[in-house]
Write a protein of this length. Structure first.
Length: 474
C-alpha cells in the first residue's frame, strides 16, 4: 500500500512539474535570443555611436564659444595688464576672456560630413537588422535539431517498447512449447541494441537542447519544453518546386539588410571623396572675442588737489622763493568690478586660408577616398556573388529535400505494411525471429530516415523563407 502511495505521489509530482514548465515555440526562442544576444547589444551600441556622430556633424555648422580665466601673482619687474606699464611692485592680477569662432566656408566639408554620418547611421541600422536575421536563422536551425533529436528519441523508445513487448510474447510461446528458446536470445540482443540507440538519442537530444540554450544565452540548467509542430506543418511552407531562382534571388536582394547596407556604404564612400576634395578649396572663418583684466595695484582718480611747490632761486644775486602751482590727482584702490568694466575689450576678425601646397596630403586623401569607393564596390559585388550562390544552393537543397521527404514517406508506408505482415506471420509461427527482427529493423530505419528527411525539408524550406523575407515560424 505504501509503495502504491509513493508511486502515485511520484507520478503526480512529475505531472505538476510538466505543467509548470513553459512551452517554447520557435518565435519565442528567437525573441529571447534577440533580447539576450551580446552581439546584438554590441551592434546597437554601434548604432548609438553613429547617432552621436550625426549629432556632432549637425552641430559643426554652429559657432564654437570658449571662455577662459586666469589668476597670477607677479614679482619683480613685470608688466601690469591693466596699465600696460612695467612695475617692480608685487601684484595680483586676474584675466577673463570669451571667444567665438565660426566656419563660413570650407569647401562644403561640413555639409558633406553631415550627409556621410547619416549614411553611416543607416548602414549601422541595416547591420543590426542583418544580425537579427542571422540569429533567427541560427536559432531556427538549433530548434529544429532539438526537435529532430526528441522525435528520434521517441522513435527509439517506441522501438524498445515494441521489442520488450515482443519478448514478453515470445516468453509465453516458449513456455507453451511452440517456440525454441534460442529465439529469446535474439530478442534480448535486439533489446540491447534498442537500449543503446535510445541512450545515443537521449545524449543527442541533451546536446541539441544545450546548443539551443547557448544560442539563446539561456540558463543551461533550466529545462525548457519545445513546441512540436503539427504533422502537416510542412504543407504550410513554401513549395520549392513552384519557385524559380530568379524569383527567390530578386526577393533576397530586396530583403537582405546587408545588401542594402552595402549600397549605403558605397554612397558614404562616394561622399568621402567630396569631403577629401574640400581640402582643395579656400576656407573662410570669422571670430569674435571679449576680454577684461584686474590688478590689485589698479588705482582710480577720485579728484584733484591744487598745490604750490616752493622753489628757491637766486635772482640778481639775491636768494628768493618762487611758488609753482600744480595739480595733484587724488587716487584710491580701484574696485574689482570697476576694473573689469573699464578694461573690457572687444575684437572681431575674418580669416581666409588658401591652400597652395601641403606636402601631398590633400591629394593623398582624395586618392584614398577614391580607392575606398572601388574597395566598397568590390565588397558589394562579393556580397551579391555570395548571395547568388547561397540562393542557388538553398533552392536546389530545398527541391532535393522535398523529393527525399516524399520518398521517405512512401518508404515508411511500405516498410510499415511489410512489418505488420511479418508481425502477423511471426505470431502465427510462419517466420522465425531473425526474419521478424530484420523486418522490424527495416521499419525502424525507414522511420529514422523519414524523421531526418522531414526536418531536413523543414529547415531547407525555412532557409528559402529567410531569403524570401518571411518570418521564421513553425
Amino acid at each position: 500500500m505504501r509503495q502504491t502511495i509513493w508511486t502515485f505521489c511520484l507520478i503526480l509530482s512529475c505531472c505538476l512539474t510538466s505543467q509548470a514548465q513553459e512551452v517554447w515555440n520557435l518565435e519565442k526562442c528567437v525573441r529571447y535570443a534577440w533580447s539576450n544576444s551580446l552581439g546584438l547589444t554590441q551592434a546597437q551600441y554601434n548604432e548609438q555611436l553613429e547617432g552621436i556622430n550625426v549629432t556632432q556633424a549637425r552641430h559643426a555648422r554652429n559657432p564654437s564659444v570658449n571662455g577662459s580665466g586666469g589668476l597670477n601673482w607677479n614679482f619683480g619687474r613685470s608688466l601690469d595688464p591693466t596699465t600696460d606699464a612695467f612695475t617692480t611692485q608685487t601684484f595680483f592680477s586676474n584675466q577673463y576672456s570669451v571667444n567665438a569662432g565660426m566656419t563660413l566656408f570650407n569647401g562644403f566639408r561640413i555639409k558633406n560630413q553631415l550627409k556621410q554620418s547619416g549614411l553611416d547611421l543607416d548602414a549601422a541600422q541595416k547591420d543590426t537588422e542583418q544580425l537579427k536575421q542571422d540569429i533567427a536563422l541560427d536559432v531556427a536551425s538549433a530548434y529544429l535539431n532539438a526537435l529532430f533529436a526528441q522525435e528520434s528519441m521517441n522513435t527509439a523508445q517506441y522501438a524498445l517498447d515494441l521489442s520488450t513487448e515482443q519478448l514478453n510474447q515470445i516468453d509465453k510461446l516458449i513456455a507453451a512449447g511452440s517456440r525454441p528458446r534460442n529465439e529469446r536470445l535474439e530478442l534480448l540482443a535486439q533489446i540491447a541494441t534498442n537500449e543503446q540507440e535510445l541512450i545515443n538519442m537521449s545524449n543527442t537530444e541533451t546536446i541539441a537542447l544545450l546548443t539551443l540554450k547557448q544560442l539563446m544565452n539561456y540558463d543551461v540548467e533550466t529545462d525548457i519544453v519545445l513546441e512540436v509542430p503539427d504533422e502537416n506543418a510542412v504543407t504550410v511552407f513554401s513549395d520549392p518546386a513552384l519557385l524559380t531562382f530568379k524569383d527567390v534571388y530578386k526577393k533576397a536582394i530586396e530583403n537582405q539588410p546587408n545588401i542594402e547596407a552595402g549600397k549605403i556604404r558605397l554612397s558614404s564612400a562616394e561622399m568621402g571623396v567630396k569631403i577629401a576634395e574640400s581640402g582643395l578649396y579656400p576656407s573662410v572663418s570669422a571670430g569674435v572675442g571679449v576680454s577684461s583684466n584686474y590688478s590689485n595695484q589698479g588705482r582710480r582718480i577720485d579728484g584733484f588737489n591744487e598745490v604750490v611747490n616752493d622753489t628757491r632761486v637766486i635772482f640778481n644775486g639775491q636768494d628768493a622763493v618762487v611758488g609753482f602751482p600744480s595739480t595733484v590727482p587724488l587716487t584710491s584702490k580701484n574696485p574689482y568690478f570697476n576694473q573689469l568694466d573699464e578694461n573690457l575689450g572687444y575684437g572681431f576678425g575674418v580669416s581666409l586660408n588658401v591652400p597652395i601646397y601641403n606636402n601631398y596630403q590633400t591629394k593623398a586623401q582624395i586618392e584614398r577616398a577614391k580607392l575606398n569607393v572601388l574597395n566598397t564596390q568590390n565588397q558589394n559585388e562579393q556580397l551579391n556573388q555570395r548571395l547568388r550562390a547561397s540562393v542557388q544552393q538553398a533552392l536546389a537543397d530545398a527541391q532535393t529535400a522535398k523529393v527525399a521527404y516524399e520518398a521517405s514517406q512512401k518508404s515508411v508506408e511500405a516498410q510499415e505494411a511489410a512489418f505488420q505482415n511479418a508481425e502477423k506471420r511471426f505470431d502465427l509461427g510462419a517466420i522465425n525471429t531473425y526474419d521478424y527482427i530484420s523486418a522490424k529493423n527495416q521499419f525502424d530505419s525507414s522511420q529514422v530516415r523519414a524523421i531526418i528527411a522531414k526536418y531536413d525539408y523543414i529547415f531547407k524550406t525555412k532557409i528559402l523563407d529567410f531569403y524570401l523575407g518571411r518570418p521564421l515560424t513553425l
